[in-house]
Design a protein around this ligand. Structure first.
Ligand code: CU
Length: 187
C-alpha cells in the first residue's frame, strides 16, 4: 500500500490561507476598534501651555481643540496646591476654543488646570495642564486625583490581546491541519 504523503503545495496553501485569514482578522480588529477610538478630538494647545511659568498672573485660560467641542458638559477648574479653584465665571465655548476667566491677582504659586469637555463625536475627553505664576513649580497633580486621559486609550491593550489570541489560535489550528495532512492513516 503506497504511503502517499500529500504534495507540499497543499500544506503550504493551508498555511498561507490561515496566515491570510488571521492577518485579515487582525486588520479588521484594528480598523473597527482602534479606528473610531483614535478619532476623538484632542487638545491642540493652551494658554498657558503645559508647565509654562508665567511672569505675570493670567486673566484667563484658553484651550484649543482639533474640532468643535459641544457646549454641554464642559468643566474646567484652575486649582492651587490647597485645592482652591481660581476660575472666575463660566467657561465660554467658541467652536473649538474654550475660554474661562480667572480671578485677578493669582499669587506666585504652582497651579493645575483640570478640564473635561465633550468632543464633537459625543465622547468626553479630559486632561490636565500644570503651570506656575512666577518661579514656583507647576502643580503636577491635585489632591482630588483627576481621572487622567480620555476614554479610548484603555481599549488598546484589549485590541492587542485579542490579536495575540487570534494569531495563537491560528497557529495552533495550522499546526493541527498540517500534522493531519502529513500523518498517514493508521489502517
Ligand atoms: Cu470618540
Amino acid at each position: 500500500m503506497p504511503v502517499a504523503s500529500p504534495p507540499p503545495t497543499s500544506v503550504r496553501s493551508a498555511w498561507s490561507r490561515i496566515a491570510a485569514f488571521s492577518a485579515g482578522l487582525a486588520a479588521l480588529l484594528i480598523f473597527t476598534v482602534a479606528g473610531p477610538a483614535s478619532a476623538h478630538d484632542e487638545l491642540l494647545g493652551s494658554t498657558p501651555s503645559p508647565n509654562e511659568q508665567l511672569s505675570t498672573a493670567p486673566t484667563s485660560v484658553v484651550l484649543t481643540y482639533s474640532a468643535a467641542i459641544l457646549h454641554e458638559g464642559a468643566e474646567i477648574v484652575v486649582l492651587d496646591a490647597s485645592g482652591k479653584d481660581w476660575t472666575d465665571g463660566d467657561p465660554a465655548i467658541d467652536t473649538n476654543t474654550l475660554t474661562v476667566p480667572v480671578a485677578s491677582g493669582m499669587p506666585e504659586a504652582g497651579y493645575l488646570v483640570e478640564w473635561r469637555v465633550v468632543s464633537s463625536d459625543g465622547h468626553p475627553i479630559s486632561g490636565t495642564i500644570p503651570f506656575a505664576v512666577g518661579d514656583a513649580t507647576p502643580l503636577q497633580s491635585s489632591q482630588a486625583t483627576p481621572d487622567a486621559g480620555g476614554d479610548g486609550i484603555s481599549v488598546v491593550p484589549f485590541v492587542v490581546g485579542g490579536i495575540v489570541v487570534v494569531v495563537v489560535v491560528a497557529v495552533v489550528v495550522a499546526i493541527a491541519v498540517a500534522r493531519r495532512r502529513t500523518t498517514p492513516p493508521r489502517d
